[in-house]
Structures are given as structure tokens and as C-alpha cells.
Design a protein around this ligand. Structure first.
Ligand SMILES: *Cc1c(COP(=O)(O)O)cnc(C)c1O
Length: 466
């Protein structure tokens, strides 16, 4: 007991530590308050260990000697924030938990240019007067639309597709009814449920048909004088197979025209090119819907479009205009960084430089090249009984349900604590590595890993215990 009390007394004070030659210079980088907080936290941790007996006299001096290093590491960690780069080797391309998709490099440059100083976000440089932020991106989108045979279509940008759906329903259907098939009452990623968004918007959901079959007649029979929209929702994250039926978009549009009710579509992904050319067949494109006569289409900016988090509302100028004029637009609008990134992405589409857009490049990577990279990496991972395995990369992210691309992964076995533990240790690296587990092996699918990171992967695996 006596000894323990001695050790407590021998702990230096915060002020003493702040003056030591190792710790004093840290205030330059982390600030005096930051270093003080880090010292307090370290001393607290040592006291706790002394109190519970996990630190005793034998190792006390060693711990004291390392105190300044511990303070330095803690100070760095405490003011670093928590958002960081990770390596996605999980085998899911559009991974919502990992920030969905990497941005095109031009986007990062444009963000740097436009955000590190002032920008013309809401300034008409011609007239020298206040302009509209929604002028940005609009011209690029309308050129892309025109190229794909879409007539006049307006477009605005909001925070994400959930916001786009919410705004459009609020602006166009509040107090009225919206007809939706029971087969499309989807939930996406937990908190986005069509019936809930509908309720929040003040529109009344009118469900028609059944889970597996809805006919055009079901929509028609449900139309009343209160009907404001016919809503079509893309089944982004599930498929209904077997005895199924739903009307073509064209049929729905024809019905809407006949009865004077606009068709709105929550498209989910919003591809701007024919995704079949990128190995993802059967995924509807934004322009397909607009050409089919859908009056209002909403989609995400960061799914198959490959841009920043955003929601696009596109279509008939009067309906887009009503959404723009709704007070909620102000709450859901995007900032200069989003416009900068979206414009950079759309510019690449206009220039047909698809290989510059990371998402499209990832989708097009030939499996043979991925296999070669896995084989090279296996060399560095010898300790983990590596195997190069043919696998499939999921498109993921509430886009293209069940669709996948052929790929290769490096399978690793851990003799220490099994696959879960190895996956955890990979996540704890200086750049965390996200893998997936299959048959008690850790799989690293390299399709979604930038090849510039292969070296880091090799060095990390070579330095880890099996
Ligand atoms: C992903 C998705 C949403 C939500 O889009 P966010 O951009 O994540 O807000 C809404 N509807 C559909 C059909 C989707 O696929």
C-alpha cells in the first residue's frame, strides 16, 4: 500500500510536464490547451492503472519514460477528427458506409479552387448582380440531356435523393394523393422509407396493386380529383422475381397524360451513360426516364452517376420550378463544394472521359488485371496462407439490386484468432483496410482498391503477424 502511495506521489504534475523539453514543443502544433488536455488524460490513465494494480513499481519507471511520447500521440489523436481515408477491399463498389464512391480528381481540384477562396456561387458575373446558385450544373446537365434526345428539361440540385423526393412531394403533392404500387413501397438504408417520406411531406399515400403484381388498371381505378402524382420508385436494393407484373413506364406516362396527372419517378441511381457498356445491364438511365415522358425524375449524385452526395430533381420546367420555389429548397440546398464536384463530374461525362470517373473506371477494370495484382500481393502475404480466388464484386449502394461483376480477391487465413480478428486488425492499420469474410477467410477484393494502394497493402500485410 505504502509503495502505491509513493508511486502516485512520484507522478509529475501537469505544469512540470508542460515545461519538459520533449513536451513543450508540442504546443506549437497542438496548442497549449490541447497539450494540457492530453497530459491530463495520460496522467489519468496512469493513475487508473496504478489504482487497479495493472501497473506496479516494477514497470512504473518505464511508463514514466514513455510519457512524453504517449502525450504526443494522444494530442495528435485528440485533435485529428475522426473522418479519414480508408481502403475499400470489401468487394462492394458503391459502399454507403464508406462514402459511396471516390470523386474524380478534377472534382477535388475544383473544390480546392472554389472553396479555398471566394466563388461566384450566387453572383451573376455578367451583370454584377446577385445570381442563382442553381445556375451551376444546370447547363451541363441540359447539354447531357439534349445529347440523349431529351427535350426541354430543367434540373436542380439538393442535398441527396432523399431530400429530392421529399422536396418534390412537398411541393407538388401536399394535401393531395400520390398513387404508388405496393411493390414499390421500399425502404432504403434504414431511414428512408417511401411511406414515411410521403407522410412527412404532407402527401397522402394511395397504395395500389399487390406486392408482386400491379397493373395499369390499378393505377387508373385509384385516380380521383385529389390525385396529384403517379409515383414510380426504382427497386434499388431488392428484386421481385417469379409471378410479377408492373406496367411499363410508357404505359404509366400515357395514363398520366390521358388523365392530366404527372408521373414522378424516384430513380435511385441516375446513371448518365448506358450502364450495359460498363458491365451493369438492365439499369435504367436518367435520360431513359425523361425520354419516356416522366415529368419529374429524382436520383442520387453519388451512386451510378459517380459524383458527390447530391440529389437531382430533373424534368418538366414548371414542376422543377415549383420545387425550386418551395421554402424547403432553402433548407435542402447544396454548397459550393457540392456544385464544384458535381460540375467536374458532369464535365467528364460531356467530354466522354469516362475512364477519369473512378466509379466507371472501377466497373470496367478487366478481371485479369485484378487477378495479377492479387497474385503479386499474395507474395507479401505469405504468412496468411494466401489464395487468389475468383469472386464477384457487388455494385451495391442501393443501385442495381443483386448485380455484380467478375473479380478476384486475395483470401487470407489467420492462425491467431481467426478471420474476424484479422479483419479487425486490418481496420486498425494507419490507413484502415476494409475486407469481407467468407468461409472463415478474409477476402481482399482488389477491384475497388486503387492500384496506387497496392504497395501499402503489401507492406502492411508483410509487417503483420499471422
Ligand atoms: C438510394 C436511394 C434513395 C436515397 O438516396 P440518397 O441519395 O441516399 O438520399 C432514394 N430512393 C431510391 C430508389 C434509392 O435507390
Amino acid at each position: 500500500m505504502m509503495e502505491k502511495a509513493d508511486l502516485f506521489r512520484r507522478l509529475p504534475s501537469v505544469d512540470e510536464l508542460l515545461k519538459t523539453t520533449d513536451i513543450a514543443p508540442l504546443t506549437q502544433e497542438h496548442g497549449r490547451l490541447g497539450v494540457t488536455e492530453a497530459i491530463r488524460a495520460e496522467l489519468e490513465a496512469v493513475r487508473a492503472r496504478l489504482a487497479d494494480g495493472s501497473l506496479d513499481g516494477a514497470r512504473f519507471d518505464a511508463v514514466l519514460a514513455l510519457l512524453s511520447e504517449a502525450v504526443s500521440a494522444r494530442a495528435a489523436k485528440m485533435d485529428a477528427g475522426s473522418l479519414r481515408r480508408v481502403i475499400n477491399a470489401s468487394g462492394v463498389v458503391i459502399h454507403t458506409n464508406l462514402g459511396r464512391v471516390p470523386l474524380i480528381r478534377d472534382a477535388v481540384e475544383r473544390i480546392g479552387e472554389c472553396a479555398s477562396g471566394y466563388s461566384n456561387l450566387e453572383m451573376d458575373l455578367e451583370k454584377g448582380e446577385r445570381g442563382c446558385r442553381d445556375d451551376h450544373a444546370r447547363h451541363l446537365l441540359s447539354r447531357l440531356f439534349a445529347r440523349q434526345g431529351v427535350g426541354e428539361a430543367a434540373a436542380i440540385v439538393v442535398n441527396n435523393n432523399a431530400a429530392a423526393v421529399f422536396l418534390a412531394l412537398s411541393a407538388l403533392a401536399k394535401g393531395g394523393e400520390v398513387i404508388v404500387s405496393r411493390g414499390e413501397l421500399v425502404e432504403i438504408g434504414g431511414s428512408f422509407r417511401i411511406p414515411d417520406i410521403m407522410a412527412q411531406s404532407g402527401a397522402c399515400l394511395r397504395e395500389v396493386g399487390t406486392t408482386n403484381r400491379t397493373r395499369i388498371g390499378d393505377y387508373e381505378a385509384a385516380i380521383t380529383e385529389n390525385t396529384r402524382l403517379l409515383l414510380r420508385v426504382h427497386r434499388s436494393n431488392f428484386e421481385i422475381t417469379g409471378f410479377t407484373e408492373r406496367p411499363d413506364l410508357a404505359e404509366l406516362v400515357a395514363l398520366g397524360r390521358r388523365r392530366g396527372i404527372p408521373v414522378m419517378e424516384d430513380l435511385g441511381s441516375g446513371a448518365l451513360v448506358n450502364m450495359a457498356d460498363f458491365g451493369v445491364p438492365g439499369e435504367p438511365g436518367l435520360c431513359d426516364s425523361l425520354r419516356a415522358g416522366v415529368a419529374l425524375v429524382t436520383c442520387s449524385g453519388d451512386k451510378l452517376l459517380g459524383g458527390p452526395q447530391a440529389g437531382l430533381i430533373c424534368g418538366a420546367p414548371d414542376l422543377v420550378g415549383r420545387s425550386r420555389a418551395h421554402p424547403l429548397f432553402r433548407a435542402l440546398r447544396v454548397d459550393k463544394m457540392c456544385y464544384a464536384a458535381l460540375e467536374a463530374t458532369l464535365s467528364a461525362y460531356l467530354r466522354e472521359q469516362y475512364e477519369r470517373i473512378p466509379l466507371l473506371r472501377i466497373l470496367r477494370l478487366p478481371a485479369a488485371g485484378i487477378e495479377r495484382r492479387c497474385t503479386a500481393l499474395a507474395e507479401a502475404a505469405r504468412r496468411f496462407s494466401p489464395e487468389v480466388l475468383a469472386t464477384r464484386t457487388m455494385i451495391g449502394g442501393g443501385a442495381a439490386p443483386g448485380k455484380s461483376l467478375p473479380s478476384f480477391a486475395l483470401g487470407l487465413a489467420s492462425v491467431r484468432d481467426g478471420a474476424r480478428d484479422l479483419a479487425r486488425r486490418l481496420r486498425q492499420q494507419s490507413v484502415p483496410i476494409l475486407s469481407r469474410i467468407e468461409d472463415d477467410r478474409v477476402l481482399l477484393d482488389l477491384r475497388t482498391v486503387d492500384d496506387a494502394d497496392d504497395r501499402y497493402l503489401a507492406e502492411t500485410l508483410a509487417g503483420m503477424e499471422a
